[in-house]
Ligand binder design. Sequence first.
Ligand code: ACO
Length: 327
Amino acid sequence: MGIGVKIAGVGYYVPEKILDNAYFENIVDTNNDWIMQMTGIQERRMAAPEQATSDLGILASKLAMEDAGISAKDIEYVVHHSVTPDMIFPGTSCLVQHALGIKDAGTLDVQAGCTGLIYALSVGYAYIKAGLYKTILVIAGDCLTRITDYEDRNTCVLFGDGACAFVLTATTEADSFKSFYVDGDGSFAELLSQPCSGSRIPATHEALDKRLQYLKMDGPNTFKLAVTAMTNSANKVLKEANMDSSQIDWLIPHQANMRIMESVAKKLKISEEKVVKTIHKYGNTSATTLGIAFAELVKEGKIKRGDNIVFVSFGAGATWGATLFQY
Ligand code: ACO
């Protein structure tokens, strides 16, 4: 048997501050009924002013390392995903590496919108599978509230902050990951973006006056594409693993909208009790939603070793993908 890859530990962190729906009723023309009915969101978390994305990832990583029973010296590579890095450069992976006291380890930042955790896990997986490293820390962290426009009712109610971390290790036992599928299509780039401040539109006064530093989303078209792409992605990983949806213990879809999750689960014929939902309490925290939902259920003892799990997501790019693994 070749090298297998195992999830040795997981952790998550969400900030303490809660924004409930009543908060939004006071700042934009919205109401609790619309938000609940259209999105399923009741609350979301907001990072403290002194917290940046790396701070959330550091806390999640410490828990994942503790869960795996490893220390900083064991980690050979750090993969970090975010759409809201601390700075455009240096990479947040370097900041997290240093803060955790990890030495002599590669650092890599990946960016694939809300599908980013699946992309980041696939990178860590491939490195271990290729025999390059034995222990890799994979993190997804985001402070979406820092790029949310609190004057735009179409988007401001949706997003929150959080982070998750995974310790992947080489094993001589069977591979935990049964299949990966990642895909994308840049022709959908304008569906969801933060126009400023990259090299296309630098952070000038003019750009900021137009509020281009904030996330822009074409919600209805994102919705339609997300349902199709997520359903196809989940079907692809099931097929590659030679499994059908009845063999799945937990479907963990990206937590962007309750209606998207229900629609995907229905198309996959996966019963409601197997679909993990955290959107009501954390909102959409970008690529971290999958890992937060997974780590929370592991912590609560609901997800057990041996369970078959599908992560499936869709995000800016557009990107989409899924992975099927046995925890
Ligand atoms: N409160 C009250 N009314 C609102 C609000 C609000 N917060 N936001 C929008 N509306 C209004 C709109 O103005 C519109 O009014 P109009 O008919 O008078 O013009 C009406 O509600 C319907 O708006 P739509 O945008 O057409 O509603 P839709 O059914 O598409 O729901 C939503 C909007 C919830 C944003 C939905 O489109 C969605 O979830 N999209 C997908 C998002 C997604 O999947 N993202 C995932 C990938 S990206 C990522 O996660 C970062």
